[in-house]
Ligand binder design. Structure first.
Ligand code: FE2
Ligand code: FE2
Length: 506
């Protein structure tokens, strides 16, 4: 039977035929079977055909239509929630690509695209005018002033305490000498890390550049310090680790009560009234199987139940407040960065909350945009790489390591990359672009993971590491770590003032 005949034959019975059923040869048989018991069928698709005819199940079509309608409605709502600005929240960047097998070529194009993006930022710098490629520098025989951009392949220290870098671009590689007699430069040289992209000016020697200066992509100096015209408070909440024995339930309960206007002094209650957004920076639950022997520290053994525990608190956040959340290394999602949104299958209870915006790690979210105001761009990064830099960057290590998360965050902004060194995190070598490059200068840069409470500012960007809601574990104490739990960051977007509210003492 031809397609048009099939359609007409079904239409005579009052049934609209879906194209996926028309591919079947036996649609006439179906038509005969339709005579009995399915008078209320108005639309036939492949799924429905399976149910009715192959499995010989009589279904309540009205219920089926209703369920389908609700499903489509939910899909449409999800779509609008994630694609159209709503309640002053817009997802500027959230990674959502399916994971796939990667090849060596992916790694090559990943590093190439990272290099290109960071080199473009450096190229804008006045000091690096007259740039040349590395292959051209190697050809020079006389002493000449040069400027190059390269990715650091090797760092070594000579017996005389000079630093020798090997840097490469797409044309070749060359050695760069950082002479210890140039104190300012040596200071910069000591903080360099592998795989970061830098600009170098200097004088050529035989297959070497004697460097005079080193430049980072960095944040431009003209970043505007934006302030909102309307009253709006945003909160930053760090590592909750729900499901762990050390999750600070009592304190987090107080946080929820405060948000509902139940507790706090007058000033604190006033602050709660103006809250429009809460940002969670990952490690929402403790997870399972994150490290050997973790079972002993769990109060809830199943990760789905850990999310359910958390949702019991979050569903009590007033619905007009937007909840924005990215995953961390303890959440139900792959460890490699960028991490996509927390898997719906594991955290359905959170996804179902009408005011939740799930985003990737890292991601950029814009809040409070109006017709006359561009809103605030918030760069969320859980912070897996932070510990590597606290150990491997000399000036940060000497200043206190993890206790100086403000310095680590500034360091990453200067490098314009959330994990410049290959071994500082696990990552997906996305061949199109490197999602960990900080290509958009944000107004807020927020992290977690280190469990410290820190607020600082760098070139008009507010930097926040958002505390944690866990007791200090014996293991952390043994490792000399000092978490600062129970601190809530409240930022008044009208003044950009950051306040810390300590729920441990409330
Ligand atoms: Fe954590
Ligand atoms: Fe973490």
């Amino acid at each position: 039977m031809s397609f048009s005949k099939q359609i007409n034959a079904f239409l005579e019975k009052g049934v609209l035929l879906s194209p996926d059923v028309m591919d079947e040869h036996n649609s006439f048989d179906i038509l005969n079977e339709l005579k009995e018991g399915h008078e209320d069928l108005i639309y036939l698709n492949k799924d429905l055909k399976e149910i009715i005819f192959k499995k010989k199940i009589k279904i309540n079509l009205k219920e089926y239509e209703k369920a389908n309608f609700l499903l489509e409605k939910k899909k449409a709502e999800d779509h609008s929630r994630y694609n159209v600005p709503r309640n002053n929240v817009e997802l500027v960047f959230s990674y959502n690509k399916e994971s796939k097998k990667r090849s060596v070529n992916d790694f090559v194009s990943f590093f190439n695209s990272r290099f290109k993006e960071l080199a473009n930022m450096l190229r804008r710098r006045q000091e690096l005018q007259g740039l040349t490629s590395i292959v051209n520098v190697s050809k020079k025989t006389e002493r000449e002033n040069v400027a190059v951009i390269g990715m650091i392949k090797e760092i070594s220290i000579t017996r005389n305490q000079n630093i020798i870098l090997t840097v490469e671009d797409q044309t070749g590689e060359i050695k760069v000498l950082v002479n210890k007699s140039n104190e300012d430069l040596l200071k910069i040289g000591k903080d360099l890390v592998l795989d970061e992209v830098i600009g170098i000016t200097g004088v050529t020697g035989k297959n070497i550049i004697f460097s005079n200066d080193i430049y980072f992509p960095d944040i431009p100096g003209d970043k505007e310090f934006k302030k909102s015209k309307e009253k709006s408070n945003i909160l930053f909440v760090g590592d909750l680790h729900a499901g762990s024995k050390v999750f600070l339930k009592k304190e987090f309960e107080r946080f929820i009560l405060w948000l509902n206007g139940t507790i706090g002094n007058e000033e604190q209650k006033e602050a709660a009234k103006n809250v429009k957004h809460v940002v969670f920076t990952g490690d929402l639950v403790e997870g399972v199987g994150v490290y050997p022997g973790q079972e002993d520290h769990l109060s809830i053994m199943d990760i789905k139940n850990q999310y359910i525990e958390l949702s019991k608190y979050l569903e009590r956040i007033p619905p007009h407040i937007n909840i924005i959340m990215c995953p961390g290394n303890h959440d139900a999602v792959g460890l490699a960065e960028p991490q996509v949104q927390i898997y719906k299958d594991f955290a359905e209870c959170l996804w179902d909350l009408p005011n939740v915006y799930m985003v990737s790690n890292p991601s950029i979210v814009n809040v409070d945009k109006t017709e006359t105001f561009s809103g605030f761009d918030i760069l969320l990064y859980h912070g897996f790489s932070l510990i590597y830099y606290s150990d491997n960057v000399e000036s940060i290590r000497l200043a206190g390591g993890q206790k100086r998360v403000d310095l680590i965050m500034k360091f990453l902004l200067q490098k314009r990359h959330l994990a410049p060194t290959h071994e500082s995190n696990q990552y997906i070598p996305d061949s199109d672009s490197d999602p960990l490059v900080i290509n958009k200068v944000p107004d807020f840069f927020v992290t977690g993971h280190i469990h410290r409470a820190s607020a600082s500012q760098y070139k008009n960007i507010t930097l926040i590491n958002s505390s944690c809601w866990t007791e200090t574990t014996p293991d952390q104490e043994k490792r000399g770590l000092e978490p600062q739990p129970g601190r809530l960051f409240i930022v008044d977007l009208q003044t950009r003032k950051v306040k810390i509210m300590n729920f441990l003492g409330l």
